[in-house]
Design a protein around this ligand. Structure first.
Ligand SMILES: Nc1nc2c(ncn2[C@@H]2O[C@H](COP(=O)(O)OP(=O)(O)O)[C@@H](O)[C@H]2O)c(=O)[nH]1
Ligand SMILES: [Mg+2]
Length: 322
């Protein structure tokens, strides 16, 4: 983005749901160039009244579980019903791998071409915090552009599931039936974040195993404390490849939204998520500034602590002193 953005035009374009304007706006908020910060802030302020209207769905699962295929199937189903679907990604490793979704566009060929769909690869960056912050802003921009459903995909690098959980309403874990031990290969704790576990590839020879896995997951979920107050996480099966069971997954998500809207949890959580976002940005910005100003002292204290010359409490006092 070389020329300064024409903000009024950009904002009008977003409100008119013009995809090129949306893409350009996301590029602006993803930019780390200092000269883009002020216009990016102005943009976010301007579109704020038009945000909040989408159902935000997080999706995680190990590579190969079928996330891209699932997004294509669900996305095409929703687009076929006249809904507008945006796909975003949180993948802090994508600067290395070249962007998971970008490569995946081949698996989402029909969706990528559909006029109701918008697909955006993960912003580059090596800090999860930065990637997540920019994805949140992209999400709000998609809402302002009139997208009804926003799917946020993550491959589960580091803490990225937690980051996606904190920016979405519904969190879906896509699994495949393993050989015997269903809990193998899943990072501990991810199940606890899920509102649903969907066992994919329930087709052909694999159908029976997928059904058994679903039974296992149902048992596991029964003993876990639900992440979303008042919601009992469910296990389902589907075949993203054959578009089977996708409708049931969507019904579950809509049922979730209706139930939680009724109980007030839906809105309450979004408000909390905003405060969490504010808190985590505040933390990282304050840290960044402090490090920029006091880098050398921090380094000295860290060395002293490392060499056992100073207790941590004393080093902190020396730094922050009072
Ligand atoms: N049999 C079968 N294969 C599937 C299904 N969903 C995805 N696959 C295949 O699994 C592989 C990985 O799928 P992909 O969507 O790229 O997984 P991702 O890495 O989680 O995004 C591809 O070869 C897909 O064709 C399914 O429902 N059934
Ligand atoms: Mg993929």
């Amino acid at each position: 983005m070389r020329k300064p953005p024409d903000l009024p035009k950009l904002i009008a374009g977003i409100r008119a749901s013009d995809r090129a304007s949306l893409a350009q706006a996301i590029t602006l908020v993803e930019s780390r160039a200092p000269k883009h910060r002020a216009p990016a802030r102005e943009l976010m302020q301007a579109i704020l009244p038009n945000t909040g209207g989408a159902l935000r769905v997080g999706l995680t699962g190990t590579p190969g579980a079928g996330k891209s295929t699932f997004i294509e199937a669900l996305g095409m189903m929703l687009c076929g019903r006249g809904k507008k679907v945006a796909v975003l990604a949180v993948d802090p490793s994508s600067s290395r791998t070249g962007g998971s979704i970008l490569g995946d566009k081949t698996r989402m060929e029909d969706l990528a071409r559909h006029e109701n769909a918008f697909i955006r690869p993960s912003p580059s960056g090596n800090s999860l915090g930065g990637v997540a912050a920019r994805t949140r802003e992209a999400l709000l921009l998609c809402e302002a552009a009139g997208y009804d459903v926003i799917l946020v995909e993550t491959v589960g690098v580091g803490q990225s599931e937690t980051a996606v959980r904190t920016m979405t309403d519904f969190f879906l874990l896509l699994q495949i039936a393993g050989a015997g031990d269903e809990l193998q290969g899943i990072k501990k704790g991810v199940i606890e974040l899920a509102d649903a576990i969907v066992v994919n590839k329930a087709d052909g020879d694999n159908k029976m195993r997928a059904k058994l896995a679903k039974v296992e997951y149902t048992k596991v979920l029964h003993f876990l404390h639900p992440f979303t107050p008042g919601w009992k996480p469910k296990a389902l099966t589907c075949s993203a490849l054959n578009c089977e069971g996708i409708e049931r997954v969507w019904q579950l998500i809509e049922g979730f939204r209706d139930q939680l809207t009724e109980s007030g949890v839906f809105e309450a959580r979004r408000r909390e998520q905003n405060v969490d976002w504010f808190d985590s940005l505040l933390q990282s910005i304050v840290m960044e500034r402090y490090r920029a100003e006091h880098g050398q002292q921090i380094q000295r204290m860290a060395t002293a602590v490392k060499d056992g010359q100073m207790p941590v409490s004393v080093a902190l006092d020396a730094l922050l002193g009072d």
